[in-house]
Design a protein around this ligand. Structure first.
Ligand code: G3H
Ligand code: 13P
Ligand code: ZN
Length: 318
């Protein structure tokens, strides 16, 4: 069942986080639905500009609508990840999306507010909610490169003005994470003081954490043992920090890179061990099962596992 993102946030806020998973193909979509139904978790399926171009937005919509038929117990929202203004309008007008993210965080404050406000007006008129970003994450955001040195945390005081002036429904805040597999060297904690201060200043507004992959050491080691050359010192977000962050209002946690690592590990190991094989279905089947296991594990860490019945009761009671 496709629901609004606002409905999911209302049930989860302050208690647990909803996993927002990027998908690009059929295998990911099948594994995601299986993992969420197995772990009884609501979820957000998110499509980036890159995924809509790679698989064609119509193909992704058809795959997701078919997965909904295959997994009738699933409860989820459909979200545009890191949209520009034009892509937001395309998604708003499509009738398929629950919410969009307008990412104008690379603009100055006033321009970010102005762009976000325009998207909010168009989205709200059609019943969609809007995520907007303030602050700069390190790493790569679509085609925008932000140097580690220039990544700056969201200022809680600015967050209040930004949400008030733009009318956005949720706030993607820079709280110490970055996109991709190379987040930090060594262990680095989330900036809980910043999260707490943002929540105190905008209570009730869901905070979104981007760049939340944990880049497991054992996954990197297995990829490298099968021919990969990933930097073994790379380090991601500690999964045990998801739930404490959720209690402080981080209600949507975005995970993409970790899923790509699962794909890379499964396929590298498969072709290392079976170098003469060329049927792509056996590794595809393994990937779907491994991705489902990975999703169920993430949902446990987010606290969303086991929440499906409560969500169903809340969304069907209206
Ligand atoms: O934050 C970006 C997401 O990981 C999506 O990545 O733009 O390569 O699809 P993508
Ligand atoms: P990761 O690269 O840490 O998976 O972050 C994904 C993300 O923020 C998608 O918007
Ligand atoms: Zn992101």
């Amino acid at each position: 069942m496709i629901v609004t993102t606002a409905e999911l946030f209302k049930v989860a806020y302050g208690k647990y986080a909803v996993g927002a998973y990027n998908v690009n193909n059929m295998e990911q979509i099948l594994g995601l639905f299986k993992g969420c139904v197995d772990s009884k978790a609501p979820f957000i399926i998110q499509l980036s500009k890159g995924s809509r171009k790679y698989a064609d937005k119509r193909m992704l919509e058809a795959l997701i609508r078919t997965a909904e038929v295959i997994y009738p117990d699933a409860i989820f929202a459909v979200h545009l990840d890191h949209g520009d203004e034009e892509t937001c309008y395309d998604c708003i007008d499509s009738g398929f999306y629950s919410s969009v993210m307008i990412d104008a965080s690379h603009e100055d404050f006033a321009t970010n507010v102005a762009i976000t406000k325009r998207v909010v007006e168009r989205a709200h008129a059609k019943g969609l909610s809007v995520e907007a970003e303030l602050g700069k994450l390190g790493g790569v955001e679509e085609d925008i490169q932000v140097d580690e040195g220039h990544a700056c945390l969201t200022q809680p005081e600015e967050a209040v003005d930004f949400v008030k002036q733009s009318g956005c429904d949720s706030l993607a805040a820079a709280i110490g994470t970055s996109h991709g597999a190379y987040k930090f060297k060594g262990h680095q904690s989330l900036h809980f003081n910043v999260i707490k201060s943002i929540q105190e200043k905008i209570p009730g507004t869901p905070i979104v954490m981007h760049g939340s992959s944990s880049v497991p050491k054992e996954e990197v080691a297995r990829i490298n043992a099968a021919g990969g050359t990933l930097d073994p010192s790379a380090c991601g977000v500690d999964e045990n920090e998801y739930l404490p962050a959720a209690k402080l209002g981080v209600t949507k946690i975005n995970i993409d890179t970790d899923g790509r690592l699962v794909w890379t590990r499964v396929h590298r190991e498969f072709f290392r061990d079976k170098p003469s094989d060329f049927d792509f279905r056996p590794p595809g089947t393994t990937f779907i099962a491994e991705y489902a296991k990975f999703i169920a594990h993430k949902n446990e860490k987010l606290g969303s596992a086991g929440q499906l019945d409560a969500v169903r009761a809340a969304v069907t009671k209206k």
